[in-house]
Design a protein around this ligand. Structure first.
Ligand SMILES: Cc1cc2nc3c(=O)[nH]c(=O)nc-3n(C[C@H](O)[C@H](O)[C@H](O)COP(=O)(O)OP(=O)(O)OC[C@H]3O[C@@H](n4cnc5c(N)ncnc54)[C@H](O)[C@@H]3O)c2cc1C
Length: 496
């Protein structure tokens, strides 16, 4: 486990990719995939590509030339720490956070959702409002602040599992067939609490240092054992990660699956078997109100999803670029109907991107001097993401015809003397040779049609909650009073 940081000088180095990989290699976490217990994710085919991609993010932030963009000065230590931990106190601060998130998202083409700047942003939101946790007693507010500083100062990578399993959603947690089916506290001592049960679905947990375990779904009276908020080191005794099918285990050629092989961050179902959590890592306990309010009465959900929107906008820019190159390769780029379709694609990408500026420009400053991203700007895109993303994908499918399918079976066909000449002849384009064309189409297919691409479509639908819930957030955030006042005014000027 990583030790707390000493107060440090300004030029203190940041955690590097090599340090991240080395820590992961030595970590004794319990990961299962494909019937196997994984001893070293950095060398396992399921995870090694993604581990290297994450390591590059650490290096990017640690590079002196990126320091100004990627870090801010921790007030207590004077040391540079990642921007994602910053609690914005001005619109410029929020803009700086957006730019840093954009830089990291660009390193993965927006294809890794739970990079180290996601859950850290939630914790910046928690730390902005320690009084909410303090109201729950037991010094929980101080616990939040202390853990926030510890994680921030050590450049920690956090993942989270905050949704109950889909075992039987017709009943609340405490009425399940076994009360320890959904992650819940089974006993407490003077030293801490013990948790057992399952929770979904911790993206990136295989690589992270700590897991935030809590519940974002509304809990019911009687569910108090499940109403907590806590962090757990990934090496904790009794904590098990069940990775979903890891796509690089099959789609392992970097040439044929350029995205799968590098960016499959994996999603893990979490199982806890009597996991001990010391009190200092507990932020809410047997408290339905605080467990719920932590997401909505602090800026945590807004900060985390502000970062998620930056990532989404980056990914849509990448998708637009793929579509443009694809049209160029098929020679359709200048056809007016294709330009119209591309205009529609670009319109969606631009709406998402430009709403990021709205988050910053009209984000309110609260009574503690803390800036929140604008909720209407944030939730309006999130509410429609479930429609925008598949629609954009469908436009690219329409534009591509058989371009992503009518390809040699793999790059090995280029190397077979019996097939090489035909492949070079029939898979070329006026703009590019056969090898580059096939590479481009494989990239497009990996984005859109591979198992990795398909998981991404599910991710964009559900990473921020089911769309009916996000639309409820939008319902609560929109200024309907202003809208209905207009209606009243229009009615009032009608003749009596
Ligand atoms: C790829 C991926 C990555 C994820 N990563 C994370 C992560 O890192 N951490 C994490 O904690 N979670 C993560 N999640 C889980 C995510 O938070 C949940 O999937 C999400 O909250 C939706 O919950 P659910 O899956 O239980 O779906 P449900 O809530 O069961 O909803 C599924 C569908 O059921 C219907 N439905 C259910 N209830 C209602 C209702 N009351 N009214 C109307 N319709 C209803 C709707 O059609 C809805 O779309 C991830 C999910 C995916 C798919």
């Amino acid at each position: 486990m990583i030790q707390p940081a000493e107060a440090a000088a300004d030029d203190r180095p940041l955690r590097t990719g090599a340090e991240f990989l080395d820590g992961l290699k030595r970590s004794k976490r319990t990961i299962f995939v494909n019937g196997e217990r994984v001893s070293d994710p950095t060398r396992h085919q399921a995870f090694s590509g993604a581990a290297r991609s994450i390591a590059r993010l650490f290096d990017y932030a640690a590079a002196p030339e990126n320091r100004e963009v990627m870090t801010f000065t921790a007030p207590e230590t004077g040391a540079p720490v990642w921007r994602c931990w910053q609690i914005p106190r001005s619109h410029d601060d929020l803009r700086a956070k957006r730019v840093a998130a954009e830089r990291w998202a660009e390193q993965t083409f927006g294809l890794m959702g739970r990079t180290p700047d996601h859950v850290s942003n939630f914790f910046a939101g928690f730390a902005a409002k320690p009084q909410l946790f303090e109201a729950g007693g037991k010094g929980f507010g101080a616990n939040v602040t202390n853990f926030y500083k510890f994680a921030r100062d050590n450049h920690l990578y956090l993942a989270y599992a905050i949704v109950p399993p889909q075992i039987d959603r017709s009943k609340p947690a405490h009425q399940q067939s076994d009360p320890t089916l959904y992650a819940g506290v089974t006993r407490e001592t003077d030293a801490g609490i013990y948790i057992s049960g399952g929770q979904q679905l911790a993206t990136g947990a295989v690589f992270a240092d700590y897991l935030h375990l809590s519940c974002i779904h509304p809990l019911k009276p009687g569910d108090e054992a499940h109403a907590f908020s806590a962090v757990i080191p990934m090496e904790a005794e009794g904590l098990k990660l069940y990775s979903r099918r890891a796509f690089p285990m099959v789609a392992n050629s970097a040439e044929d699956y350029p995205l799968t092989s590098r960016f499959d961050e994996t999603d893990s179902f979490i199982v806890l078997e009597d996991v001990f959590v010391p009190w200092e890592h507990v932020f809410a306990y047997r408290n339905l109100a605080v467990t719920f309010d932590q997401w909505w009465k602090t800026p945590s959900h807004s900060y985390g999803n502000h970062q998620a929107q930056v990532r989404f906008a980056t990914k849509l820019r990448f998708l637009s670029g793929i579509a443009k190159r694809l049209n160029e390769a098929t020679g359709n780029d200048k056809a007016p109907p294709v330009m119209v379709e591309m205009g529609e694609l670009a319109a969606y990408a631009s709406i998402v991107e430009n709403m990021l500026y709205a988050h910053e420009m009209v984000g309110p400053i609260d009574e503690d001097g803390i800036v929140w991203p604008s909720k209407p700007a944030l939730y309006s895109v999130m509410a429609l993401q479930s429609q925008i993303n598949p629609h954009m994908i469908d436009i690219v499918r329409e534009l591509s015809g058989a371009a992503m399918i009518s390809l040699p079976s793999s790059t090995a066909d280029f190397d077979n003397p019996e097939t090489a000449a035909d492949i070079a002849r029939y898979f070329q384009s006026p703009e590019i040779g056969a090898r580059d064309r096939v590479r481009l189409m494989r990239l497009a297919w990996d984005f859109i049609g591979s198992e990795f691409g398909s998981r991404h479509q599910q991710y964009e639908k559900f990473y921020g909650g089911a769309s009916f819930l996000v639309k409820m957030n939008m319902f609560r955030s929109y200024d309907f009073k202003r809208a209905t006042t207009m209606v009243d005014q229009a009615l009032s000027i009608l003749p009596a």
